[in-house]
Design a protein around this ligand. Structure first.
Ligand SMILES: Cc1cc2nc3c(=O)[nH]c(=O)nc-3n(C[C@H](O)[C@H](O)[C@H](O)COP(=O)(O)O)c2cc1C
Length: 217
């Protein structure tokens, strides 16, 4: 399954089977995390037992309490930490989809119940629920390309392809508060229009755009 196919297939899943992730799959996840941490200068961690991460009333009610495992997105405090977490975390989310797993980014979780290693100077930004979904989630509403783009009007195909996948990027409360601007010299700007976790969102959007456009910015 290509990255694009995984993106097209993926939706947030909030209900999981009572099944641990296979040992061999866990090894592959840990290998991938090691590589992403190295390139992204992050401390993402696979926590096999989600335990009470989603023990709150709201998360239980949503179904997230059934997630067997969780990815703790940790990194050294830095201005661009949230955006890097979004960018590399989404690369991991796509990989998890390719492994036959389901996921949900979660800004709402119990910090004290996540069994993550947080060293001095580091911050736990967000978590990602992971496991075998009882379903594959569902298609949600989306803004249109016109609503999230700016700049030059004669748009090359690569740009439109990038925007198409950016619109499939998960964002907090499906806010999609970003603008992708095409400049005259073919460079692309990603503008954060605010909102909760919007810096994480922007990293996720960049990751999707690059896969769609098949080029890095
Ligand atoms: C940064 C971020 C935080 C999120 N926080 C939560 C959350 O706390 N609880 C939840 O149920 N979903 C959460 N989500 C999932 C979004 O609601 C979901 O991605 C969005 O509605 C789009 O749906 P999709 O992922 O199926 O495309 C979050 C997503 C992102 C990107």
């Amino acid at each position: 399954m290509t990255d694009k196919e995984a993106i097209l297939q993926r939706h947030s899943v909030r209900s999981y089977e009572d099944k641990k992730i296979d040992e061999d799959v866990v090894r592959q996840i840990k290998d991938k995390i090691e590589k992403l941490n190295l390139i992204g200068d992050l401390h993402l961690q696979f926590i096999e037992d989600a335990d009470k991460t989603y023990g709150s009333f709201i998360n239980k009610a949503r179904g997230l309490g059934s997630a067997p495992s969780v990815i703790a997105c940790v990194g050294k405090e830095a201005d661009d930490l949230e955006e890097r977490v979004g960018y590399y975390g989404e690369k991991l989310v796509i990989f998890l989809q390719q492994l036959g797993l389901n996921t949900c980014w979660t800004g709402t979780f119990s910090k004290k119940n996540v069994n993550a290693e947080i060293k001095s100077g580091e911050k736990l930004v967000i978590c990602i629920a992971v496991g075998y979904g009882t379903d594959q989630g569902r298609i949600r509403k989306s803004k249109s390309a016109d609503q999230v783009t700016a700049g030059r009007k004669d748009r090359p195909e690569w740009f439109n392809n990038g925007v198409e996948l950016a619109l499939l990027a998960p964002t907090a409360i499906n806010q999609q508060k970003f603008t992708i601007k095409l400049n005259d010299d073919d460079t692309v700007e990603f503008i954060n229009n605010g909102g909760v976790f919007s810096r994480v969102d922007l990293g996720i959007v960049k990751c999707h755009f690059e896969i769609g456009a098949e080029r890095q910015n």
